[in-house]
Each structure stands twice: as structure tokens, then as C-alpha cells.
Design a protein around this ligand. Structure first.
Ligand SMILES: Nc1ncnc2c1ncn2[C@@H]1O[C@H](COP(=O)(O)OP(=O)(O)O)[C@@H](O)[C@H]1O
Ligand SMILES: [Mg+2]
Length: 288
């Protein structure tokens, strides 16, 4: 799918199919383009194919039928090491990813495995630990740290490889609201640094607040792929996939008769629209 925007694509998927077994069809003819530098949320029910799709972007899965290109090159012809420099994948469960005895070694593993000089590895590791607030745990075994810290370690250990595209598979599952926002603000900052962000999530509030584009998968097919605001406007289609837009969007739609815009995405937008409504009505002496 082309979004009709004049931007180069970092990932292009053409007619991608994937079966785990004859009777487990995970992807059924996916076509899409991810613009370089975008922030894309990937939504869909459990089993809709999100993880299977994104694992094709960094070579954890190779296309058997159809084609996946990363920065113009077919992933089938790219060695894993080269792909890892371009596309980093943060696993859904940090404990599947973390295996070194200390936080420092874990975070140093990626760049060291890429064959970077020791000085460069050291400098990237210290910078990543500071950026993710992990410096004080440098010598600690990751296993004794809390889930929120293990999640940050899993992201930091990919961050040190400086991939242009970052895939985060459900990075906020198991985190409370404070830690969720903590992680999301780091991800937002990584996006501002120029990384493309592909965020697999179940949290519609997170998608609405942070993603420019939203992709919705349903039974291994693309149900919707558009600007996030346009996607959340497709209430009936979303319900096919049991996805409800954020509650605040629903509230705003119900307040349309009072002059509220129909396409509100966040609490802040609702508040701003309400303030505008109040000030426009106070001029007329009406109560909003
Ligand atoms: N390793 C696997 N072996 C067999 N079937 C799998 C495997 N991983 C995923 N599947 C199946 O493939 C489909 C898509 O799964 P997945 O990509 O994990 O979806 P999501 O990430 O959206 O939950 C589901 O039917 C799932 O049960
Ligand atoms: Mg998944």
C-alpha cells in the first residue's frame, strides 16, 4: 500500500504470505510501505499476525512467498548481521532476549557482536546506560531487577546497535501507567532522533497519543493502514477486529452536537477543544 506521501520507504512488503504449518496461515498477502522516519503503531487481536509480520523485517523470518525489502534490498539476499544494523527487534518478552550475567555486558553484546572497536562499544554502552537510567545497575545481574528495568535493558541493548528502524513488540505489556509513559517517552525521543519506530501494541491510547500512522491487522490481512486519526475514525471497521477507539474519542463524538470535533484522539485534544468552545461561546453569552 502506498500512502501517497513523497517520502522514501524503509520497509516495503509485497504480497507476503506466511504459514507456520499447512493449517496455520499467519499472513495472507500483505502489501504495505513504511515511510522512513515514521512512527507506526501496529494493532490487531492476538494471533492476527503482528509478530510474524515484523519478524520478517529483521530477518528472524525470511519470506517464502512474497517479498520484503529493507532500504531497497530484498531481505532474502541480506546477511543477518547487515540487517541487524538496519532493523532492531525488541522482543515481546524481555526474558527471551536477556542472557548476559550483568547489565553492562548485556547492553555491550549487540555492538560487540557487530564487530565494532572496543572503544566504540564501551562508549555506546555507557551512553545507552545513562540514556535509559541504568548506569547504577551496570554490574547487577538483570535477573534480579524488576520487570520495568528488564524491559529498559532489552530496549537499551538494541539501541546500542543504532538501527535505523526500531521494532518494539508490545513493550508496555506488564508495566503500570507510570512505567508505560516512561518507556513511551524514551521511544518518542528515539523517534525524534530520527529512528523509524514500529510499535506493536494492544493499547489504543498509546497508539492515539504517539503514532503518526496506524496499521491494523486482522486474520493475517491489512484491515486498515492510514494516519492514526483516520484509522480511529473508522469505528465500524475497527470493531470487526474488536478494537475500540480510545474512550475519549467516543466521548468527543457523543459531544459533537455541542460543537466538539468528531476526530479527537487524546484527553489533551479534548480539553483544548472544550476550551476553544467555551471561549467562543462566552463571547455570545451561551454556556458550552
Ligand atoms: N511459532 C509458531 N508456531 C506455530 N504457529 C504460530 C507460531 N507463532 C505464531 N503462530 C500462529 O500464527 C498466527 C499469527 O501469530 P502472531 O504473529 O504471533 O500474532 P500476534 O503477534 O498478532 O499475536 C497465530 O495463529 C498463531 O497461533
Ligand atoms: Mg505478537
Amino acid at each position: 500500500m502506498s500512502l501517497g506521501k513523497p517520502s522514501s520507504a524503509c520497509v516495503v512488503v509485497e504480497d507476503l504470505w506466511y504459514n507456520y504449518a499447512d493449517d496455520i496461515v499467519a499472513l495472507c498477502g500483505i502489501d504495505l510501505e513504511i515511510p522512513d522516519g515514521a512512527f507506526v503503531a501496529i494493532l490487531g487481536q492476538n494471533g492476527s499476525g503482528k509478530t510474524t509480520l515484523v519478524k520478517h523485517f529483521n530477518g528472524l523470518l525470511r519470506s517464502v512467498r512474497g517479498r520484503v525489502s529493507v532500504f531497497g534490498q530484498d531481505t532474502r539476499s541480506l546477511p543477518v548481521g547487515l540487517l541487524a544494523r538496519q532493523v532492531g527487534y525488541v522482543f515481546q518478552n524481555p526474558d527471551y532476549q536477556i542472557f548476559c550475567p550483568t547489565v553492562r555486558e548485556e547492553i555491550a553484546f549487540g555492538p560487540s557482536n557487530l564487530g565494532l572497536p572496543a572503544d566504540e562499544v564501551r562508549q555506546r554502552t555507557e551512553a545507552a546506560m545513562a540514556y535509559f537510567g541504568l548506569s547504577q545497575y551496570a554490574e547487577a545481574p538483570p535477573a534480579v531487577l524488576g520487570f520495568g528495568l528488564r524491559r529498559k535493558i532489552s530496549i537499551a541493548s538494541i539501541y546500542t546497535m543504532r538501527p535505523r528502524v526500531f521494532i518494539l513488540d508490545e513493550p508496555t505489556v506488564g508495566l503500570d501507567r507510570r512505567l508505560t509513559l516512561d518507556v513511551m517517552h524514551l521511544v518518542q525521543d528515539m523517534h525524534r532522533q530520527g529512528h523509524t519506530i514500529l510499535l506493536v501494541t494492544h493499547d489504543v491510547k498509546i497508539a492515539a497519543e504517539f503514532a503518526e500512522l496506524t496499521l491494523v491487522l486482522h486474520d493475517g490481512r491489512v484491515l486498515l493502514y492510514d494516519d492514526t486519526r483516520a484509522v480511529f475514525g473508522q469505528v465500524d471497521l475497527l470493531l470487526q477486529s474488536q478494537i475500540e477507539p480510545p474512550q475519549i474519542s467516543d466521548l468527543a463524538r457523543q459531544m459533537q452536537v455541542l460543537g466538539m470535533p468528531a476526530d479527537v484522539l487524546t484527553v489533551q485534544e479534548c480539553f483544548d477543544a472544550y476550551q476553544r468552545l467555551r471561549s467562543s461561546r462566552s463571547g455570545t453569552g451561551e454556556r458550552p
